[in-house]
Design a protein around this ligand. Sequence first.
Ligand SMILES: [Zn+2]
Ligand SMILES: [Zn+2]
Length: 136
Amino acid sequence: MTDKITGACHCKSIKYTITGPIKASANCHCNSCKKMTGAAFATIAIVADESLEITRGEENLSSYMVSDNLTKSFCRTCGTPIFNVHKKFPGNRMLPVGTLDVPEVAMPAINVYCESMLPWIKEIAELKSFDKEFSR
Ligand SMILES: [Zn+2]
Ligand SMILES: [Zn+2]
């Protein structure tokens, strides 16, 4: 793929470009990802440090130490998580793929931390589904 991958927080005060390849994409079911995203699991794309270029609003990034190993960086205006840095994966940034402008490019290949996967996750693809909000 030659097109550059771009992304932004919800309020668009922070924008970024991924200048190198996405090394991996995974659904993470760990409890930290649930708390950090507010979602039932997080789909995370991993890129090299040097592949993530914050093109706008770097001064608006705030950081929070989730644990001794894990730091979350997020938009201080709208709260959108932009990337995590984990000491276990030096040289990499982990991005929740929902902030990509085209998240389709980061289809997850694996599920990790399945020991804490919510028991109903495997059934959600089968739920009655609506294109927009619920309607009768
Ligand atoms: Zn924002
Ligand atoms: Zn996780």
